[in-house]
Design a protein around this ligand. Structure first.
Ligand SMILES: [Zn+2]
Length: 179
């Protein structure tokens, strides 16, 4: 395996086939997008169910399986500009801010439909990559996934489970309090 820590996913009833697909997919990503990995794109390119893909990314960001790190992008609901990136969900601003592009006023924690979640791969592969063996399984599916290639905090909170709560420790309780 390129990322042996991913074997721990089997403790969460993830099938070996899915684990191996994530392992090689993470290994072949271009360095330019290593801080911008999306479980939705993995799902499209690997054929893995999208909910399972999100769970796998969440679990692979846990202290048990530190292969990925979530990045929360605070987007402006008015112009879609990226206002800021935060690494810990509790750092998502809970007060009113003004977009630095269009000056629109909003409270990021209350606009979870405009918090995009991407992942950074924080490990390098444990062995060198053989393009012929590992990349072919994805090539025929690689395409433009367009706008659906954006995972929002609101999508995750709609369908919360153990894995996803790992992403939203702090956010969950505040979200409930704000309702
Ligand atoms: Zn704006």
């Amino acid at each position: 395996m390129y990322f042996p820590l991913l074997r721990n996913l089997s403790k969460y009833q993830i099938e070996p086939v899915a684990i191996n697909l994530l392992d090689s997919w993470l290994a072949i990503q271009r360095s330019a997008i290593l801080r911008n990995l999306s479980p939705l794109r993995f799902s499209v390119q690997s054929g893995i169910d999208v909910d399972l893909a999100i769970d796998m990314f969440a679990l692979s960001s846990s202290s048990d399986i530190p292969v990925l790190k979530p990045i929360y992008k605070v987007l402006c609901p008015n112009c879609d500009g990226v206002h800021q990136n935060v690494y810990i969900d509790s750092e998502i601003p809970q007060h009113t801010i003004n977009c630095r592009f269009c000056e629109y006023e909003f409270i990021p924690i209350n606009r979870q439909d405009y918090i995009e979640i991407v992942f950074e791969r924080i490990l390098t592969p444990a062995k060198s990559i053989h393009p012929t063996s590992s990349t072919t399984s994805f090539e025929h599916r690689v395409g433009n996934v367009g706008k659906s290639d954006s995972l929002r905090a609101s999508d995750i909170n709609k369908n919360s489970n153990h894995a996803r709560r790992l992403l939203f420790d702090a956010l969950d309780s505040r979200y409930e309090a704000a309702q």
